[in-house]
Ligand binder design. Structure first.
Ligand code: P1T
Length: 385
């Protein structure tokens, strides 16, 4: 594939070609854990599957191409990817992270990295005015999710990365919610992109995985070392599944966004709904940035239901098509309660400050018929009050 090929073409072909031995069009699943060596150290590029595996290498190349990166490095989960990334830092180093991140990312920084001597300052990165003042001499990394999970705040990647660069700080963007279809952070100046592949990239809620993409050779070399040394690698079968999912990523993302935009506007007009967070709505504080930075505002919506926790519980119990479950980005629509479920590990004071109130509901809009999704939510909203 030529790097100039469009993303729809790269999603199907990048890193892939018919198997030279058999002609198989789809990438084989190489399950072998080890590879024959003609003599010690004499091999065909593969020695041991933790270190490298042909199916994984193909998937990593495809993901790198989608993010316009030269390196893709895959892990057994999104959390394994972020944890390995934070292990590129040393005790005494400091991270500046956006205040609204996936609860598991907060937990890694607060409960795993902090005890190892790597401290994080949590900052609302929707306002970049005071960002430089938060940087310390020991700040090494700026970590941003955009859109954020679950409040769907947007961060201006170009501006944030430019400020970080002036201070010699590495900018990392968790691109899980947007996917490279909606924004390519490396093209906007970020140094590193991290993903939970569990979500849109795989897209079918049947794989847990993560990936880091970068064009920085030094960072990539360190990550490759850590990928092998720590060993949180994805299984070959999962890599095959993600490769398969990626082929439809562009068309899936288009439909997710179409349905989400419709439902967000519809929810905003419902009497049971107090507030809707969706970057595609003119009421969203960063609506202009969404239009500038993202191809579409994506498939995730958060909203606050009138009546707090009791109403939220009734809503979650009354849906028929939406499934009450953690996660997002699959073909099926999911609904969840961030305060109890995905963001339960965030302290209650921080949650309230961020807007993760008891009435907050997050939905991942799937690919079912839009009319069915609307009817399902209408019935559940009525039942909630
Ligand atoms: O679940 P895992 O593959 O380990 O990915 C972690 C992760 C990282 N980054 C973002 C933005 C995420 O949303 C996640 C996982 N999130 C959920 C499970 C969720 O329901 O929000």
């Amino acid at each position: 594939m030529a790097a100039s090929d469009r993303i729809e073409t790269l999603a199907i072909h990048a890193g892939q070609r018919p198997d030279p031995e058999t002609g198989a069009v789809m990438t084989p699943i190489h399950l072998s854990s080890t590879y024959a060596q003609a003599g010690p150290g004499e091999h065909k590029g593969f020695e041991y599957s933790r270190t490298d595996n042909p199916t994984r290498r193909t998937m990593e190349a495809c993901l790198a191409a989608l993010e316009a990166a030269t390196h893709g490095i895959a892990f057994s989960s999104g959390c394994a990817a972020t944890t390995t990334l934070f292990h590129t830092l040393s005790p005494g180093d400091h991270i500046v992270a956006c205040d609204d991140v996936y609860g598991g990312t907060f937990r890694i920084l607060d409960k795993v990295m902090k005890p190892l001597g790597i401290e994080t300052s949590w900052v609302d990165l929707t306002d970049l005015e005071g960002l430089a003042d938060v940087f310390r001499p020991e700040t090494k990394m700026l970590f941003a999710e955009t859109p954020t999970n679950p409040m769907l705040k947007l961060i201006d990647i170009r501006k944030a990365a430019a400020i970080a660069k002036e201070h010699g700080i590495t900018t990392v963007v968790d691109n899980t919610f947007a996917t490279p279809i909606n924004q390519r952070p490396l093209e906007l100046g970020a140094d590193v992109v991290v993903h939970s592949m569990t979500k849109y990239l795989n897209g079918h809620s049947d794989v847990v995985g993560g990936v880091i993409c970068t064009s920085d050779d030094a960072i990539a070399e360190r990550l490759r070392f850590l990928q092998n040394a720590i060993g949180a690698i994805p299984a070959p079968f999962d890599c095959f599944m993600v490769l398969r999912g990626l082929k439809t990523l562009p068309v899936r993302m288009e439909r997710h966004a179409q349905s989400a935009a419709d439902l967000a506007a519809w929810l905003e007009a419902r009497p049971e709904v107090e507030k809707v967070y969706y970057p595609g709505l003119p009421s969203h504080p960063q609506h202009a940035l969404a239009q500038e930075q993202m191809k579409t505002p994506g498939g995730m919506i958060s909203f606050v239901i009138a009546g707090g926790l009791p109403a939220a519980r009734k809503l979650l119990g009354a849906v028929r098509i939406f499934v009450c479950a953690e996660s997002l980005g699959g073909v099926e629509s999911l609904i969840e309660h961030p305060a109890i479920m995905t963001h339960g590990s965030v302290p209650v004071e921080s949650r309230e400050k961020l807007g993760i109130v008891d009435g907050l509901i997050r939905i991942s809009v799937g690919l079912e018929a839009l009319e069915d999704l609307r009817e399902d939510l209408a019935g559940a909203l009525e039942a909630s009050q």
